[in-house]
Design a binder for this molecule. Structure first.
Ligand code: ATP
Length: 237
């Protein structure tokens, strides 16, 4: 079953500049898809349009059979997202931030308590639940960001640059969590990255963007050889 269908998605800024132009791709339920490309390629813009954080100029996004434009409320109940704009409060504790995000998503009382507890255990953050966010390591902060996006039990998870700025060890650990969510909870995951290695390690499908346009897409196993043999040129400057 199709989890996501994106059709001719376009974002225009000003009169002439298209940050994303006619992007079309689809994701099956349970797949992990990476949006890969260098700085400025349009990954975050696509991410924001798909999660309703940014208005669509043209095109369509369909999530589990619901049109994002027509059924925004329903779509929002099916997705969770983690991105830099999701501001954690650095002066408050891990637990406080988790509960706050739960309340934002209309989850309260015992249900919230149980869910927060489950996620803190899952991401091995239980021991630091009373620590202020500003005192967490980069890796812990990333885990917390992802945990906040999972409180309402979404079916589809969107992650914007989930391991950006982390050292290789922390990055590998986070990959483990992402794989676990995908395998054990059958979660469909879309992530943006500019690490080819990350896309190869985690994803079933790859969409490669450059200057707002999709230059290549497909299953990673089919594309691997082309990338390795330099047949697909990605200019990671
Ligand atoms: P990065 O890896 O650096 O985050 P990206 O692939 O996510 O890059 P976007 O952030 O989507 O790229 O940006 C795509 C293009 O759109 C860039 O040229 C950027 O400068 C431009 N852009 C993004 N937001 C705006 C905006 N609000 N107004 C005008 N131009 C914008």
């Amino acid at each position: 079953m199709l989890a996501i269908e994106v059709e001719n998605l376009t974002k225009q800024y000003g009169k002439h500049f298209k940050a994303v132009e006619k992007a079309s791709f689809s994701v099956e339920t349970g797949e992990i898809l990476a949006l890969l490309g260098p700085n400025g390629a349009g990954k975050t813009t696509l991410f924001k349009m798909m999660t309703s954080l940014s208005k669509i100029t043209a095109g369509k996004v369909n999530i589990m059979g619901y049109d994002l434009h027509k059924d925004e409320y329903k779509v929002k109940s099916l997705i969770g997202y983690s991105c830099q704009e999701i501001g954690l409060d650095p002066e408050s504790s891990v637990l406080f931030n988790m509960r706050l995000f739960g309340k934002y998503q209309h989850i309260y009382g015992d249900k919230l308590k149980k869910r927060v507890d489950f996620l803190l255990q899952l991401f091995e953050l239980k021991e630091v639940e009373n620590r202020k966010v500003k005192l967490l390591s980069g890796g812990m902060k990333k885990k917390l960001e992802i945990a906040t996006s999972l409180i309402a039990e979404p079916k589809i998870l969107f992650l914007d640059e989930p391991t950006l700025g982390l050292d290789i060890e922390s990055r590998k650990k986070l990959w483990g969590y992402i794989q676990q969510l995908n395998e054990e909870q059958e979660m469909t995951i879309i992530l943006t990255t500019h690490y080819l290695e990350e896309a190869e390690k985690l994803c079933d499908k790859l969409v490669i963007l450059e200057s707002g346009k999709i230059i290549k897409q497909g299953y990673i196993n089919d594309l691997k050889e082309e990338v390795a043999n330099d047949l697909i040129k990605i200019n990671f400057s």
